[in-house]
Design a protein around this ligand. Structure first.
Ligand SMILES: Nc1nc2c(ncn2[C@@H]2O[C@H](COP(=O)(O)OP(=O)(O)OP(=O)(O)O)[C@@H](O)[C@H]2O)c(=O)[nH]1
Length: 214
């Protein structure tokens, strides 16, 4: 009973944080967010409002993977620091940010791991995949090859985690550069997201403007 409740609590908190991440960036449509449809279960809400010591679930690990130059760091920077840098600085190995939230009175930490897309750093970055509650697989909407590569990135990340233990997101970046090619890539991406049971988002770290979910 307690285990079931904690599992449900964990599920809702993780979803809530992801919604917070994406909504902060205004990169979502409400219908994409199951959380807004269901809200918290009464038991989960009650558990959250009790002493945090009894809950013990304060940390969630997010791993962001994808080819080099697709915009992983920019995505994280927009969320964590609300800034955008047009200059490219390759991530060396891994980097991480911690964001602190309070959800119905419970302090919560979101640990976001930014991994390098360069092949030569792959073995370093992959050492950090384990224990990811959330895997965000990123590609560049203007470069269809990066979408093709997401399958491999996701497989590598999933291999390091227990089956069905991670929420999966597929995120297409640089939506501000959108043209007809991007639109075709998005259709492929939505198809692929369905196949891998991922939630799909089209985003722009540059503008942060509300973008439509296809
Ligand atoms: N126009 C536009 N450019 C973007 C966007 N997001 C990122 N960029 C640019 O794309 C380039 C690469 O972005 P990064 O965030 O460094 O890419 P990365 O995936 O972290 O790259 P690695 O660290 O090598 O894995 C930079 O020059 C960014 O300014 C976006 O939404 N729109």
């Amino acid at each position: 009973m307690l285990v079931g409740l904690l599992a449900e609590l964990f599920y809702h908190i993780t979803r809530f944080i992801l919604v917070a991440v994406l909504s902060c960036l205004q990169w979502y449509t409400p219908e994409a967010c199951l959380q807004f449809k269901e809200h918290f279960h009464a038991q989960v809400r009650a558990a959250c409002q009790r002493s945090t010591g009894t809950v013990g679930l304060k940390l969630s690990k997010v791993v962001v993977v994808g080819d080099l130059y697709v915009g992983k760091t920019s995505l994280i920077n927009r969320f964590c620091k609300d800034n955008f840098d047009r200059d490219y600085k390759a991530t060396i190995g891994v980097d991480f940010e911690i964001e602190r939230f309070e959800i119905v009175g419970v302090p919560y930490n979101l640990q976001i791991w930014d991994t390098a897309g360069q092949e030569k750093f792959k073995c370093i970055a992959s050492a950090y995949y384990r224990g990811a509650e959330v895997i965000i697989t990123v590609f560049d909407l203007a470069d269809i090859q990066t979408l093709d590569h997401t399958k491999q990135w996701l497989e590598d990340a999933l291999r390091e985690n227990e089956p069905d233990s991670s929420f999966i997101f597929l995120v297409g970046t640089k939506k501000d550069l959108s043209d007809a090619v991007c639109e075709r890539t998005e259709l492929d991406a939505i198809h692929f997201a369905n196949e891998m049971q991922a939630e799909y988002w089209s985003v722009s770290a540059k503008t942060g403007k509300l973008l439509q979910r296809m």
